[in-house]
Structure formats: C-alpha cells, structure tokens
Write a protein that binds this ligand. Structure first.
Ligand code: 5GP
Ligand code: MN
Length: 317
C-alpha cells in the first residue's frame, strides 16, 4: 500500500525536502509545516523550501525554519504537499532532482507526478489527508502539529463552510480541540483578521466590481500599481475574490490581478452552488477545484475579461 511505501521511503532517506505550490495558502503552508514536525518525530530533519509566503502564517510553529532556497542540489527524498501539478510547484527543481519523489494532495485533477502519489480528491484539505496519514504512521498529534493541521482545514474549507466538509472534518477538528489546539485563535488569525493593505485593496476592487449575466457573474481586477499604492505584500490579495461571490444572486466571481514580469493576469475563480469553475480554468490552461480554480491569461484587463467571461457563460445554467 502506498502509505507503507511512503513511510519506508521516509525512513530510508537521509536528506528530505518539503515543497508546495506557488502563492501558498493556509493549506499549503499548514501541510508543509505539519509534515516537517511529523518527520521530526520520525527522527528526520527536513528542509522546507517556500520562496515567498504571506506573513499571516508567520505565527505557525516552525515557520521561522522555512527556507527560500537550498544549497543541497540533490535530496534523497522530495515530498510535495497540496500541489496538483509540477508546473505549479514552487522549487520544482528540488523535486525533479530528488532520488525519490512523493506527493500528497487533494486536487481531483492531480497529474500524479511523483513516484508515489497519495491523492484523495474527496478530502476538503490536504491537511486532513495528512492527519489520517500521521495517525496511521503512529505519530503523536502534538499541539504544534495540530495547530498546523487545523490551519489548512480552516482555510481550505472557508471556516467549515464549503460543501466538501464532512462529518470526518468535524471529528478531526473535535479531536484537535481535545488536544488543546486553539481553533478559535487560529480561525481569527488566518481567516477573520485582515491586513490594512488587504482592506485598502478590497475598497479598490469593490469600486471596480462589474456585474454580468443578470447579476450571476461579477468581475473585478487589481494592477501592480494598486498593490504599490497600498504597500501590499505577499498574500495581501487573499480573499478578495470572495467579495463578489458572497453577493446575493452571484454564482461566479472573477478576480484578476496583474502578474509581475508578464503581459497578463492571474485569474481567480469562485462559484457558489452549481457552476464548475475548474472546467473553466482547465479550458484556459489552469486548474483547481470545482468551486475554486485559477489560471493565467495573457492580455489587457479587457481582453482577459472577455476571454474568461465567454468560458464562464458555458458553465452557467
Ligand atoms: P486562487 O484563486 O486562490 O489562486 O486558486 C484557487 C485554486 O485554483 C488553487 O487552490 C489551485 O488549486 C487552483 N489554481 C489557481 N491557479 C492555478 C493555475 O495557474 N494552474 C492550476 N493548475 N491551478 C491553479
Ligand atoms: Mn489545499
């Protein structure tokens, strides 16, 4: 079974690197840190390489041990968490050069790019998969480990609100609560608290919000200039795509942000009830989940808007 193989490879490896997707969210960071803490219990000191991440997650146990790069050219083992394909993996070169490659994920469109692939598309968060895996390995779920895990569960479920949440999710949360994990504190830090720059950006994108398809679709955008004007840092755009989605009658929200060094925009898509935005993103060369997906599209704001809108029309009832 894959899980036994994974444990065996971990035990054999002398040097291990942990990697995750670019513009990492709470599930990506939480999964990476949880993996590092779990490996420590198995007597392994792994490197986590994440070039850039939001300071929102700086409070997490072991966050200060995250490295932006490494001098080790070839690790014995590379573990990718929460990433659907190699193209999106930050530090993919460390993965490609590693002797053994493991990847653990919950995206249904995962491309199975590891030697060992442990993918559960039904899990609402990669952190939820890890919790089950660690228990199988006999790893003790400590306060530190639990704090990282609940972070991924809270962020990827929008605070237990999305349809992917199951009875298991609440049972895991209850278990973590019993171990002393401060769910209320993590919830506040990663979900409700916003940076000043994020608030200023929300004013800008709210003012620009346009409605299409009888109010079923919203569109808004952000340029590099906007980010500069509010002193935005890594991660300060998080959650802006939800502003449109959360409006009454809206099914799909589109939020695009200019990507530095390109002539295009990073597109974020969210749906509320029935539209499959993963299909839309796939058509545009990206991917994601049914209700949260993304891609990159070349062009001006108007060009990107038209391109995305015409694909979205196809998935609206
Ligand atoms: P976000 O809108 O938060 O950037 O991304 C939402 C989800 O869409 C992510 O969890 C990820 O699964 C997916 N996603 C976003 N951008 C891309 C992309 O460029 N390529 C692929 N394959 N997936 C993406
Ligand atoms: Mn995830």
């Amino acid at each position: 079974m894959t899980l036994d193989n994974i444990l065996e490879e971990i035990k054999k490896a002398e040097t291990i690197v942990i990697l995750t997707h670019e513009t990492p969210d709470g599930d990506a960071i939480g999964s990476s840190l949880a993996m590092k803490i779990a490996l420590k219990q198995l007597g392994k000191n792994a490197d986590i390489i994440i070039p850039r991440y939001s300071r929102t997650f700086g409070f997490l146990p072991d966050a200060k041990e995250i490295k932006s790069e490494s001098k080790n050219a070839r690790y014995d083992l590379a573990i990718s968490v929460d990433c659907a394909d190699l193209k999106r993996l930050a530090g993919a070169e460390y993965f490609e050069s590693a002797k053994i490659k493991i990847q653990i994920d919950h995206h249904s469109i995962n491309t199975m790019f590891g030697d060992y692939n442990f993918v559960n598309p039904v899990a609402p968060a990669c952190c939820e998969i890890l919790l089950g895996m660690f228990e199988y390995f006999g790893i003790e779920i400590t306060l530190e480990l639990g704090t990282c895990i609940i972070t991924g569960i809270i962020t990827d479920t929008g605070g237990f609100q999305y349809a992917g949440v199951t009875a298991d999710t609440f049972e895991f949360a209850a278990e973590l609560l019993q171990k002393g994990v401060n769910i209320s504190n993590v919830y506040q830090k990663v979900l409700t608290t916003r940076t000043k720059a994020n608030f200023e950006l929300s004013r800008i994108v709210s003012n620009r919000m346009e409605f299409f398809e009888d109010g079923k679709v919203t569109f808004t955008y952000m340029n590099l200039e906007d980010e500069k004007s509010v002193g935005a840092e890594e991660g300060d755009h998080e959650g802006l795509v939800n502003i449109g989605r959360d409006i009454e009658g809206v099914e799909v929200s589109i939020f695009i942000r200019e990507k530095e060094g390109t002539n295009g925009y990073k597109v974020s898509l969210r749906s509320k009830e029935y539209a499959n935005v993963a299909d839309v993103a796939l058509m545009l060369g990206g991917g994601g989940h049914v209700k949260a997906a993304g891609c990159f599209v070349q062009g001006t704001v108007e060009e990107v808007k038209e391109k995305v809108l015409s694909e979205i029309k196809k998935v609206l009832k």
